[in-house]
Every structure is written in C-alpha cells, then in structure tokens.
Design a protein around this ligand. Structure first.
Ligand code: C5P
Length: 298
C-alpha cells in the first residue's frame, strides 16, 4: 500500500493478490473453511483518494479503469452495505463514535469476482486512509480487528506484506519473503465467481497439501514451483470458461497456470516483461478475457 499526502487529502495505491498455493483444511463450525494459503501481492493497483467532508457524509465515487472486454459488465457494485469501502468507513464510525465525513474516490483497476482481492484491498486502504484523515489514532492491532470483520482477505492487505502464509479463514498472517521474480499475466474470463458458491462445492481431499512443502519446492527451484489451488476443481464445475483460459495461458507460459482464490481470474508467471506482454497481447486479441500484466512485488 502506497500512501501519499497532498495537503488536506490523502491518496493510497493498493495492490491485488494472487494465491500461489491454496489448501482447504476443512469446514468450520462457523460456516467458513480453514485455509492454508500462500499469497503474493502483485503490481495491479486500485487508487483511493480521501477528502474531508465537513457535512459528515461519507460518499463514494467509483471510476472504472478496467480494460474493456466485450461481454464483461462495466458497472461496479456500489450500493451502500455491499461495497466494502463504504462498509469499512461505516465500521470505523460505529466502532469509534466518529461523526466525520469523507468524499472517497475509487479508481478501480482490479476486476471484481476475480479472486484478486480488489474489494478487500480497497477496504484495507479505507481503514488506513480514514484512520489518518479523521485522526482516529487506532493502533495496527485495532485496525486488524476491524479488518477481520470485513472479510477474510482484508488483513493480508492491511499487513502490507508482499508475501505471506495466511491461515485460519485467511485472516492470520505470517509474512514471508517469496523467492520470485518476473511478471504475471492475469486473465479473467467473462463472468465472475461467487466465493461462497465455490466453497460450497468443495469436498475434502484425502491428504491435504501444506504450504511449507510448497515453499520448499519454490525455494529449491529458485523460480516458480507448481502452483496449487484446491478450489480449482469446484470453480471449474461452476465456470466452464476456466478450462479455456487455463489452456490459452498454458500454451505460452513456461509453467502451468493456475486460478487465484475462488476465481475466476487465472494467472501465469513469465521471466521477462517482454514475454508477459507478448502473452497478454495474444490473449487480448481473442477479445474474451480481461487481461493484465502485473509485476511480482516480492
Ligand atoms: O470472508 P469473505 O467475506 O471474503 O468470504 C466470503 C464467503 O466465502 C464467506 O461467506 C464464506 O461462505 C466463504 N469463505 C469460506 N471460508 C473462508 C473464506 C470464505 O467458506 N476461509
């Protein structure tokens, strides 16, 4: 998360994430699933600007800066209560009794329902931004407590880690240094996936894989190990288009591509920016996918 102060307003650039490894260890009594996942933040940023509003109203204006693709919806979910930015602002106000207002502008580059964590990243930025704009002085621990209420991925973005093993429902963060360099090509087929729906389709594996073994393999190879995502099976049953995008990425990528989170975006890693942009051009020409090139931030 990159924070800039310009007089009375604040601007934050907040990254997206990829799940390089994701194992589901089991269902929990609270309806969530116990996870072990290796997250990497990547250089695909949303921008949030926060301006004080003396009327005490919190407002949000979203500007879409997504690459346009035929058939992809161009509207953003911004109804109060649905949008995590507004929920984060409301949570800060109810928890602290603050009555301040803010005009928030969101420039959206990460598509929703993609598994890239854009909404969670925006929520984390909102907690940080408004804590500062409103002079609330909440500690990092207090912000983490609020982050966990907003969603399972919000703590990762709040931690500012470039890489982490995330456990619990995803909110317990162990920052790690990932031995990765290069550029990711991220491609989202038409139509997103609902996280809850994908988790509902998951069924337990015989012997779960562990993040430690994945990281060992990654370090031993000194480049990308084999990505793994236990939600790929259930996601495939819900979205037939995943097969094709994985095939298209796999045809030009030196390593097998994978799905991030509960999808529907897929990714592949390339050693050079040139190879990544060549792959992105090829995929864009198909006019079926929303395609981004994002740097490894490790
Ligand atoms: O935490 P978040 O709001 O992002 O989760 C959305 C939905 O995904 C949850 O309501 C739950 O159904 C599912 N989920 C889960 N286990 C997790 C994370 C999310 O079952 N660890």
């Amino acid at each position: 998360m990159r924070i800039r102060r310009h007089g009375s307003f604040l601007s934050i650039e907040t990254p997206a994430k990829l799940n390089l490894f994701l194992e589901v260890l089991g269902r929990r009594d609270d309806g969530y699933h116990e996870l072990e996942t290796v997250m990497a933040s990547v250089g695909l940023y949303d921008t949030l600007r926060f301006l004080p509003d003396s009327s005490g109203v919190v407002s949000l204006q979203t500007r879409l800066a997504l690459s346009p693709v035929d058939g992809h919806p161009q509207s953003a979910p911004c109804a109060p209560g649905e949008n995590l930015v507004l929920r984060a602002a409301e949570l800060l106000r109810t928890q602290t009794g603050a009555t301040h207002g803010a005009a928030i502008e969101l420039i959206k580059r990460s598509p929703w329902q993609s598994g890239l964590g854009g909404a969670s990243s925006d929520a984390a930025a909102t907690l940080v931004g408004l804590n500062e704009l409103w002079g609330l002085n909440l500690s990092t621990a207090e912000l983490h407590h609020l982050a966990a209420k907003l969603g399972s991925d919000v703590n990762f973005f709040l931690s500012g880690s470039r890489g982490a093993i995330c456990r619990g429902r995803g909110e317990k963060i162990e920052p790690i240094r990932l031995p990765l360099t290069g550029w990711f090509v991220i491609a989202q087929p038409k139509g997103g996936l609902s996280t809850a729906e994908v988790f509902r389709r998951w069924s337990p594996a015989d012997s779960p894989r562990r993040a430690a073994a994945f990281l060992e393999e990654l370090r031993a190879e000194r480049s990308a190990g084999r990505w793994y995502n236990a939600l790929l099976g259930p996601a495939r049953t819900l979205h037939p288009g995943l097969e094709e995008v994985l095939h298209e990425l796999g045809a030009v990528s030196p390593r097998q591509p994978s799905l991030t989170g509960s999808g529907s975006a897929c990714f592949a890693l390339f050693g050079t920016h040139r190879d990544a942009t060549r792959c992105a051009r090829r995929l864009r020409a198909l006019q079926k996918y929303r395609v981004s090139v994002a740097a490894c931030r490790t």
